[in-house]
Design a protein around this ligand. Structure first.
Ligand code: GLN
Length: 463
């Protein structure tokens, strides 16, 4: 008999009572999370609901902790719900827990969590990806049917890829960030992790929409996102981003080529596309994101909320010591880099120039989407790496975002869908990108691919 949590949410919810569904999740968490460490907080009193869902721990939910994976917020309990949480609850969802993440969503492995890393359910000695590693691992390990994550440079898609689940980032502005702790406000967006594309489209439909409390949120109409998941790809035009894949070899390349063949056999038109500046995405991203982070994180000062140093005697010491004790090494590195990029004398050379190249990249994407309905790349340049392999080498860690960061910089939607396994049995993933507000079409292409391949049906064994 198939376990309830092996089923897609849209099927499983029909078979059981809301109470049974939530209890099944709580039992699965109890049984598996000691090994996986996907959760920082479990809501043992979760209400019965047809949608048990986990929320990344940088999104607030009333009366629950929101730590952002940081010592500086370790005792913070939110007095209010984020808009996405409000919307989920209004549609009958229940929050079963808060998921592990890199501190303030800064990282690609969840190893920068102050509370210890999440582990990859396919191989517990490997990373779950990041920064929404807890959300991806929770879904992959069949502890919840769905989870929310956040994206600044790939933090939903990359961990989804490494954990073999669907990860989706909407158009910038499509989902309210009210109640999401800000990292880089010009990039941040809340995304969805599920086992299947249909589940993803449905959960996204619940959280999408305008919110007057987030001035960047769009008034664009919300679509019926799951409407075309079975419509196929015949005649649709897919561009392989040449500059992204030309230097790619090995198992990731072979897997990507095979994935493209699946689309081709479905009647899609496949051609090469060119986005000449895509190779600058990592450089632009780490200037823009760190600059904005250095400003956003200035609010954690030991005065307004968060950790306050006990040894501080003067006001200056309150700032220095609270931040010194509360933030981890990666967060400090980003604040330093971001402050440097914004300092007078360097502003134009770094932040100004990065914004200009970013505008060029946006223009190139717009051009490419004149000829193509979709652009495709692998989601991640490699499968899940061993825990500890990159923690001493920040640049190696940053390079993990090479295929995901462009969509954040440009503000377009993108989805990661499982595309098979490497020789070691670790998941690989196809990334499909679409134009602004092209979400419905994105779910169409991803739905076709999933339906042809069915990789989501395989569950990790090591849990
Ligand atoms: N891995 C990227 C970083 O470290 C992206 C993070 C994110 O999307 N939140 O900044």
């Amino acid at each position: 008999m198939t376990d309830l949590l092996d089923l897609p949410w849209t099927e499983g919810r029909a078979d059981v009572s809301p109470r049974e569904y939530v209890d099944a999740c709580l039992r699965a968490i109890e049984a598996r999370d000691e090994k996986v460490h996907a959760f920082l907080h479990v809501n043992a009193d979760a209400d019965a609901a047809a949608l048990p869902i986990a929320i990344k721990d940088n999104i607030v939910a009333r009366n629950m902790p929101t730590t952002c994976g940081s010592q500086i917020l370790r005792d913070f309990v939110s007095p209010f719900d984020a808009t996405v949480v409000e919307r989920l609850r209004a549609s009958g969802a229940s929050i079963v827990g808060k998921t592990n993440l890199d501190e303030f969503a800064m990282g690609s492995s969840t190893e920068h969590s102050a509370f210890g890393p999440a582990r990859n359910p396919w191989d517990l000695s490997r990373v779950a990806g990041g920064s929404s590693g807890g959300s991806a691992a929770a879904v992959a390990a069949r502890m919840v049917p769905a989870a929310l994550g956040s994206e600044t440079g790939g933090s939903v898609r990359q961990p989804a890829a490494l954990c073999g689940v669907v990860g989706f980032k909407p158009t910038y502005g499509r989902v309210s960030r009210w109640g999401l702790v800000a990292f880089a406000s010009g990039l941040d967006q809340i995304g969805v992790v599920t086992k299947t594309v249909r589940d993803c489209a449905e959960v996204f439909g619940i959280i999408a929409g305008h919110d007057p409390r987030d001035s960047t949120s769009s008034t664009h109409d919300v679509d019926d996102y799951a409407a075309d998941v079975s419509a196929g790809v015949k005649g649709l035009r897919f561009g392989i981003v040449r500059e992204a894949v030309e230097q790619l070899g090995g198992e990731v390349r072979a897997n990507f080529d095979a994935a493209v063949d699946v689309l081709r056999r479905g009647g899609a038109i496949i051609e090469e596309a060119s986005v000449p500046s895509i190779g600058y995405a990592i450089a632009i991203y780490y200037i823009v994101a760190n600059a904005e982070a250095s400003a956003n994180l200035s609010r954690f000062d030991g005065v307004r909320y968060g950790h306050r140093s006990e040894r501080a005697r003067t006001l200056d010491e309150v700032y220095f010591d609270s931040r010194g004790e509360g933030f981890g090494a990666e967060v400090k590195r980003r604040i330093m880099l971001g402050t440097f990029a914004l300092s007078s004398g360097y502003y134009d050379a770094y932040y100004g120039r990065a914004q200009r190249v970013r505008a060029k990249l946006r223009h190139e994407f717009e051009e490419a989407f004149r000829s193509f309905d979709y652009l495709v790349t692998p989601t991640s340049p490699e499968a899940a790496f061993p825990i500890g392999a990159k923690t001493e080498d920040p640049l190696a860690m940053y390079l993990n975002d090479v295929f995901t960061a462009p969509a954040n910089l440009v503000g377009t939607p993108a989805i990661a869908v499982p595309s098979g396994f490497n020789a070691e049995g670790l998941p690989l993933s196809l990334q499909i990108m679409g134009p602004h507000f092209g979400e419905r079409a994105l779910f169409r292409a991803a739905g076709f691919f999933e339906n042809e391949t069915g990789y989501w049906k395989k569950a990790p064994l090591s849990t």
